[in-house]
Every structure is written in structure tokens, then in C-alpha cells.
Ligand binder design. Structure first.
Ligand code: DOR
Length: 429
């Protein structure tokens, strides 16, 4: 099966391509990129006039909830949401029930994905057994079973000895430990950013320094053993500063942030209650500006979603009793394009690099590129199309977004995984 994507604006940060041309897919790989590719023996022609053609997005931080929390999300619904968001590869975090802390659970997840996933699904293994922070998991066994990285995300890993040993044992693979950096003792029972507003609202806070403390510890540990650490969902100005310092010192440290941290502040908790509750929490305007600076200067390598679906009933609870997290797969590209490209004037290639090429590189995935021979994972999006976020239209089971009603500019039109169209906006209208 040959597909010719005709006359799109092809953006491929992996080789610096940024021009209007054609792209030919043969089976499940990219077969050619260039001007006026011949139409002979092509089965399908996609007119990409006015559309950006980019490598499919790689979201290295999602919660697919299966097994155990299928009321929130399943592999089928979560990966359908990914397809709708232009995401062709997802990493599923290990905080399921049971926790993905042994090789046979990795194998089970891959068997489920084989059956139900519509995009590439990679699973993360837990660093500690049961994510309890007491006993290290079988690092080599998890890697051998296909873990894409290791993380206790959702629960800060407070045991420095386990973190250090995990960094040592992960090192030969060149893959990182993904660190949920918040000091667990300092944030316990905290529901929002600590500051004037949390005091006014009477909520227990999660101080910025709790995030900074743990990331500095993990950066120091990575430096000590020359291992690879990746800091999850960075949200504070201080975190950006310390990551920058660690990078300058030559530490193998990479970092991600999410659209919610460069578009929203803690004030949303006052306006939207539990819908805006997330860990780490939404911070202040100063933090938002520092996150944008960090993205611009490369301190923050990539943009991910931390897609964390919860049920409607759970999110209706009062703030302290509701679970933390927000869905993001279906809004992340639109939000990033709206703010970073349209409002701040950063190039389209900047957004594509942060959402596709950079995370693929950190994880050593064969993704994030449109070069000949690469897997045919492609997103087509209309950079100037305006749309409104309507959670009831989500493919995700989760409706918990604080962005409902936002008008965004930049919309996914088509998502292709291994040469097959898995989402087509035209078919939805
Ligand atoms: O808000 C969050 N929700 N942060 C996390 O780290 C975990 C996630 C979840 O699993 O719901």
C-alpha cells in the first residue's frame, strides 16, 4: 500500500527539513521525501495543501490506567485519544493496579497493546516494587521485557539509595529514570501551590521548593554515578534554574513540562476547583514565564501531557478529596501551537521538535523523524485552524480538562501510524 502526501509543509527537525514538498509512504515506512514525487502505482493521495506534515508526536508521559482503573481509561480509549491528538507513540506510566513492577506485567501490557492500541504504546516499569520505595525492582528484567524507561511517577521516590542503584543499573541501556520530583514528606496532603492563595483558600500547599529539592538530589545522584535522569512535569522557576545549572555542569539530565504549566496559574484552582488540581500543582505567573524561558533556551527538552484521566464523579469532589491530574492528549498540540507559535512567535519546527523529535531521542525510539526508512508515523495538522475544546467530544474516557471552552489555533487533521490512518478529522465532521 502506497500513500502519497501531496504538497504539505513538511517539518522534520531530525534533519532540519522545513519546506513544501511531498512525502511517500510505502507500507509502514517513509519511502521518499521531495518535490513532485511521481504518482504511479500510488494507492492513495492525500492533499496536504495548507497543512503541516510532521513526525507523529511522542508523548513520554501518560497514564493509560489499564490494568486496574478501566473506569478512568483503557488502552483502547487512551490510544484513540492519542491518535486524535496527533500522538503516534505514548509511554504508559507504571502506576496501574497491579503496578508494572515485574517483567511478566510488562509482557502482559504489551499483549494488551497488541490487541487494543491504535498507536505505539511503550510501557514504563516501576523503579521500586509496588512503588513503595522500599525494594528495588528487577531493573534488568524489566528492560529485557521491553520497558521504555523506569519510573515511580505519581509517587515521589524518597529513597535515595534505591534511586542511586537504579541509575547505576539503568546506565548500560542509556535510558533514563523518569523522576517525579516532589519531596514526598513536604507535599503530603498538599492540594495546590503553597502561597498566599493557598492560605486564603485554606488549602494545604505543595511548596515549590519540594519540587526543586528532589530534582537537585536526583541530578546529584545522576552526576555521582554518571547515569541518566529525566525530570518529569517541571512546574517551577527554581526547577528551571537548577536544571540549567546541572546541565551546565555536564550532568546527563533532561526534562519535560506540560501545556498546563505554560498556560495556567494557581488561580484556576479558585475558579475551577478540582478540575485544576494536578501534581505538581499549577504555580504563579512568574513560574509560567520561567517555564517558557526554559523551553526556549533548551533547559526543558520536551513537552508532554501527563495525561491523567479520572472519572467525572471523582473530579466532582471538593478539592482536597478529588484525585490530581488532567487529561491532555487531545489538547496538547493545539495549546502548544496557540501559545508558543501563534502568541509567542516561535517557529512551528520548535513545537514539533519539543513534542516529537526530542522525546524520541531521549528514549532512543525509532520515531520523531520523517527520514527515508523511518516508521511511517506522521501527523498532519492545520496550523491556523481555530477550534474550541469540547470535552464531550474526547475519545478519552476522561473529561477532566481545565481547558474546556478554550479557543485554540492549530488542529490535527490526520494521524498515521505505521502507514495506516488512525485518525481522520474529516470523518468526524
Ligand atoms: O496529577 C497527577 N496525576 N500527577 C501525577 O504524577 C500522577 C497523576 C495520576 O496518576 O493521576
Amino acid at each position: 500500500m502506497k500513500k502519497l502526501i501531496r504538497a504539505g509543509h513538511v517539518i522534520d527537525p531530525s534533519c532540519g527539513r522545513d519546506e513544501v514538498c511531498d512525502l511517500l509512504i510505502d507500507g509502514d515506512v517513509i519511502a521518499a521525501v521531495g518535490a513532485n514525487l511521481p504518482e504511479e502505482s500510488v494507492d492513495e493521495i492525500i492533499d496536504a495543501n495548507g497543512l503541516v506534515v510532521a513526525p507523529g508526536l511522542v508523548d513520554m508521559h501518560t497514564h493509560m490506567r489499564e490494568p486496574g482503573f478501566e473506569a478512568k481509561e483503557t488502552i483502547a480509549t487512551g490510544t484513540a485519544a492519542a491518535a486524535r491528538g496527533g500522538v503516534t507513540s505514548v509511554l504508559a506510566m507504571a502506576n496501574t493496579m497491579p503496578v508494572i513492577d515485574r517483567p511478566e506485567r510488562i509482557a502482559d501490557l504489551y499483549a494488551r497493546a497488541e490487541k487494543d492500541a491504535v498507536v505505539h504504546l511503550y510501557t514504563v516499569g516501576a523503579v521500586s516494587m509496588g512503588m513503595q520505595g522500599k525494594e528495588i525492582s528487577d531493573v534488568e528484567g524489566l528492560l529485557q521485557a521491553g520497558a521504555a524507561a523506569l519510573s515511580d511517577d505519581g509517587v515521589p521516590l524518597m529513597n535515595a539509595e534505591i534511586m542511586r542503584e537504579a541509575l547505576i543499573r539503568m546506565k548500560p541501556s542509556g535510558l533514563p529514570i523518569l523522576s517525579h520530583s516532589e519531596d514526598g514528606d513536604m507535599v503530603r496532603a498538599g492540594v495546590m501551590n503553597e502561597g498566599e492563595l493557598s492560605r486564603k483558600l485554606g488549602y494545604k500547599g505543595r511548596p515549590a521548593v519540594a519540587e526543586e529539592l528532589l530534582l537537585v538530589r536526583d541530578g546529584m545522584l545522576a552526576a555521582d554515578v554518571d547515569g541518566y535522569v529525566h525530570i518529569c512535569h517541571v512546574s517551577t522557576k527554581g526547577a528551571v534554574k537548577y536544571i540549567r545549572m546541572l546541565k551546565d555542569a555536564g550532568v546527563h539530565i533532561t526534562a519535560e513540562t506540560c501545556p498546563q504549566y505554560f498556560t495556567m496559574t494557581e488561580e484556576e484552582i479558585e475558579k475551577q476547583g478540582a478540575m485544576a488540581k494536578v501534581n505538581p500543582p499549577l504555580r504563579t505567573r512568574d513560574d509560567v514565564e520561567a517555564i517558557i524561558e526554559g523551553l526556549k533556551d533548551g533547559t526543558l527538552d520536551c513537552i508532554i501531557t501527563d495525561h491523567a484521566p479520572h472519572t467525572v464523579e471523582e473530579k466532582k469532589r471538593e478539592v482536597p478529596k478529588a484525585p490530581s491530574g488532567m487529561v491532555g492528549l487531545e489538547t496538547s498540540l493545539g495549546l502548544s501551537l496557540t501559545v508558543l507559535h501563534h502568541q509567542l512567535g516561535l517557529p512551528l519546527s520548535f513545537v514539533v521538535e519539543k513534542m516529537s523529535t526530542a522525546p524520541a531521542k531521549i528514549l532512543k525510539l525509532n520515531a520523531g523523524t520523517l527520514q527515508v526508512g523511518a516508521p511511517a508515523d506522521v501527523v498532519l495538522f492545520a496550523p491556523n485552524e481555530t477550534w474550541t475544546v469540547e470535552p464531550e467530544k474526547f475519545a478519552s474516557k476522561g473529561r477532566n480538562t481545565p481547558f474546556a471552552g478554550w479557543e485554540l489555533t492549530g488542529r490535527v487533521r490526520c494521524t498515521i501510524v505505521s502507514g495506516e490512518t488512525v485518525y481522520d478529522a474529516a470523518a468526524e465532521q
